[in-house]
Design a protein around this ligand. Structure first.
Ligand SMILES: NC(=O)c1ccc[n+]([C@@H]2O[C@H](COP(=O)([O-])OP(=O)(O)OC[C@H]3O[C@@H](n4cnc5c(N)ncnc54)[C@H](OP(=O)(O)O)[C@@H]3O)[C@@H](O)[C@H]2O)c1
Length: 257
């Protein structure tokens, strides 16, 4: 059945391709990010290619009232969101003590706080309707600590744990609750975070199209955790076999700054 799907961080990378996947599946989309002109271009492309409604809402999710303003916009435009895709996020490579605290706080606001507030705002209506759900974009980084990117890894551990907890709370409601946990993916993320200069990142990237396709299909099937790509799945399996102390040392070596 056709739904209305809100995607945060739809202006580029995985979020843009998730928006295309949901639209291709016949769903109306609400595209959210700060870069309004990129969102308008995508909305136009989606309307032409898939004949569904595409609405643009500009929102800075790092601000304390970003989510409230977004929800006001949804109310004013009488948009009822069936599926929420919490995809917006960013990272920063560097020592915690040397990276700007403002950047790291903004990361927590987008990756953790906005994701949580938006879920809380939209979920009750989904539960009442008994359909739709939540697709949270975490990362394979959520499975272990990440020295020299500690806040980002911790934010993605939150996304994974929060999604799993929510999934159990909502069992039997008919809602889908899934976590998409990609590994290195071609998008603006690599250059923006500084990760693209690391071999472990640049040697193993997947396309954002492939990641989004896996995410969309996994969400439709209500898979609990969707890890795109066999290499990423193997990496997560080996993480579980190694002691946490060994794993964090290994990641620290690979992410030496
Ligand atoms: N690429 C990877 O290797 C990788 C791996 C695992 C997980 N992920 C996760 O995948 C998600 C998407 O990242 P991506 O790889 O597609 O990177 P990307 O191309 O940099 O896209 C990030 C998106 O988040 C939005 N965003 C950032 N700050 C925002 C803010 N303050 N308010 C609203 N929107 C904001 C950006 O839009 P504006 O700049 O227009 O606001 C953009 O649309 C993130 O959660 C990331 O952590 C990425």
């Amino acid at each position: 059945m056709s739904q209305t799907v809100l995607i945060t961080g739809a202006s580029s990378g995985i979020g843009k391709d998730l928006a295309i996947q949901f639209a291709k599946g016949g769903n109306d989309v609400v595209l959210v990010a700060r870069s309004e002109s990129k969102l308008q271009d995508l909305a136009e492309q989606i309307r032409q290619d898939f004949h569904v409604a595409a609405t643009v809402i500009r929102s800075d999710l790092a601000t304390s009232d970003g989510v409230d303003q977004l929800c006001n916009q949804l109310r004013e435009q009488a948009i009822h969101v069936d599926t929420l895709v919490n995809n917006a996020g960013f990272g920063a490579l560097g020592r915690f003590s040397e990276l700007s605290i403002d950047r790291q706080t903004a990361m927590l606001m987008v990756n953790v706080v906005a994701l949580t507030r938006l879920t809380r705002a939209l979920l009750p209506a989904m539960i009442r309707r008994g359909e739709g759900g939540i697709l949270n974009v975490g990362s394979i980084a959520g499975y272990q600590a990440g020295p020299n990117m500690s806040v980002y890894y911790a934010s993605k551990a939150y996304v994974l744990s929060f999604t799993e907890g929510l999934r159990e709370e909502l069992a039997g409601t008919g809602l889908h609750v899934c976590c998409l946990a990609p590994g290195a993916t071609e998008s603006n993320f690599g250059d923006d975070s500084g990760m693209s200069k690391l071999d472990m990142f640049s040697s193993a990237t997947m396309s954002s199209e492939a990641v989004a396709k896996a995410g969309y299909e996994g969400y439709c099937d209500n898979e609990d955790i969707i890890i795109p790509g066999w290499k990423n799945r193997l990496m997560v399996k080996s993480t579980a076999l190694l002691p946490r102390s060994a794993m964090r040392k290994l990641v620290g070596k690979m992410q030496r700054v």
